[in-house]
Write a protein that binds this ligand. Structure first.
Ligand SMILES: [Ca+2]
Length: 324
C-alpha cells in the first residue's frame, strides 16, 4: 500500500528553497541566451553543436599556403608562403545546410528567410547558397547568441556594437578573433583546414589529373561540374556524401564555394603569422570551388572572391570558433 503524504511545514520550506534556487538559476541562464556580450563557455569543449552539428578541432600550426610552381593549372595569386596559425579552431565538418538555417531561425526569429535559390539545390540537407557575406556573418552572431557565446562581429572599430539583424547591412564589419563565438575562417585557416597536412592539389594526398573535365582524383572528394548533374541541370548535393579529409571535414572541395573573412588581395604577404588580409577591399574571398566548377577551381590553393552583397547559387559558407 502506498501512502500519499500531505505537504507539511518542513516540506513546504524545502520546496520554497528549491523554488528560489531554480529561479536564481534560470534567470541568469535566460539572460545568457539573449545577449551578445557575455562570457564564453570556455569550459565547454563539446564538438557537437546543437544547430550546426559536429565540429572538428583543428590545431595551431605552420603550413605552406598556396600552390607549388609545379602544380597544374594553378593561378598567379597562389604563390606560396609560410603561414603560422597560432590559434586552434573548431570547424564545422560540413557546409551550413538549409536545415541548420531553419533550426536557427526557429529560435532566433530575427534571422532572415533562407536565401537559397532552391532551383539549384532544394533539399534541406543541401548547403545554403545564394547567401551574401553579410548574411553569413549575421548567422554566425545569432548562433553565438543562441549558444551563449561572445559574438565575433561588430559594426564599430571599438568592437562595442555587435552586428545584428537591425544593423548588419549598414556599414563596415569588424571581427574580434579572440572571442569564442562563431565566425568565418580566414583564408589561411580555410586552406590549412582543407589541406589537413597535405601539400597536394586535393586533400586526399593526390594532385589533379586534369584542369578541365572529369578528374578521377576529385570524384571521391567533391561535387563539381562533371558529377553534379541532376534532372534540370547542375545542382548542389546534400552535404557529407563525399570523403572527408583526415581532419574529418567534408565538401571542402566543391559543392559550394565558402565565404571567408579576408578582403581579397591578389598577392600573398611574405612569411606571416595569423594573416587576415588587408584592412579594406572590394571583394571578400571564397574558397574550394563548387558544383558548377571545373577541377582547377576546386584545388585546395584555388582562390575566388566576390563583393559582399553578391548572391550566387554556388556560394555558401561554414563556420568555425576560436577555441584556444
Ligand atoms: Ca565547399
Amino acid at each position: 500500500m502506498s501512502v500519499k503524504k500531505g505537504l507539511n511545514f518542513s516540506s513546504a520550506l524545502r520546496y520554497s528553497v528549491l523554488f528560489f534556487v531554480v529561479i536564481i538559476g534560470i534567470l541568469p541562464a535566460a539572460f545568457l541566451f539573449s545577449s551578445c556580450s557575455d562570457d564564453d563557455n570556455d569550459d565547454n569543449n563539446d564538438v557537437v553543436d546543437r544547430i550546426v552539428g559536429s565540429m572538428s578541432i583543428i590545431p595551431a600550426g605552420t603550413f605552406s599556403q598556396g600552390s607549388p610552381s609545379t602544380e597544374e593549372c594553378r593561378f598567379d595569386d597562389e604563390a606560396q608562403y609560410s603561414h603560422t596559425l597560432t590559434r586552434a579552431v573548431a570547424v564545422m565538418e560540413t557546409e551550413v545546410t538549409r536545415q541548420m538555417w531553419a533550426d536557427l531561425r526557429a529560435v532566433q526569429s530575427s534571422l532572415p528567410d533562407d536565401p537559397t535559390a532552391t532551383g539549384y539545390g532544394p533539399g534541406m540537407n543541401n548547403p545554403v547558397q545564394s547567401i551574401t557575406w553579410l548574411e553569413a556573418v549575421l548567422f554566425a552572431n545569432l548562433l553565438s547568441i543562441h549558444n551563449g557565446l561572445t559574438c565575433c562581429y561588430y559594426i564599430d572599430a571599438a568592437l562595442s556594437v555587435p552586428l545584428d539583424a537591425m544593423n548588419y547591412e549598414t556599414g563596415p564589419v569588424f571581427c574580434n578573433f579572440d572571442h569564442g563565438g562563431y565566425r568565418l575562417m580566414t583564408e589561411g585557416e580555410w586552406e590549412y583546414a582543407c589541406r589537413a597536412g597535405t601539400t597536394t592539389a586535393y586533400n586526399s594526398g593526390h594532385d589533379n589529373l586534369t584542369c578541365l573535365g572529369s578528374d578521377a582524383n576529385l570524384e571521391p572528394l567533391a561535387w563539381y561540374a562533371e558529377n553534379a548533374h541532376v534532372t534540370g541541370g547542375l545542382q548542389t548535393h546534400p552535404v557529407g556524401e563525399k570523403l572527408a579529409n583526415s581532419w574529418t571535414l567534408q565538401d571542402m572541395h566543391g559543392n559550394v564555394w565558402e565565404w571567408c573573412w579576408d578582403w581579397y588581395l591578389s598577392s600573398y604577404p611574405d612569411n606571416s603569422t595569423d594573416f587576415r588580409g588587408p584592412e579594406t577591399g572590394s571583394d571578400r574571398c571564397v574558397r574550394g570551388g563548387s558544383y558548377s566548377d571545373e577541377p582547377k577551381h576546386c584545388r585546395a590553393a584555388s582562390r575566388g572572391c566576390c563583393e559582399p552583397l553578391t548572391r550566387f547559387s554556388d556560394i555558401g559558407f561554414r563556420l568555425a570558433r576560436t577555441v584556444q
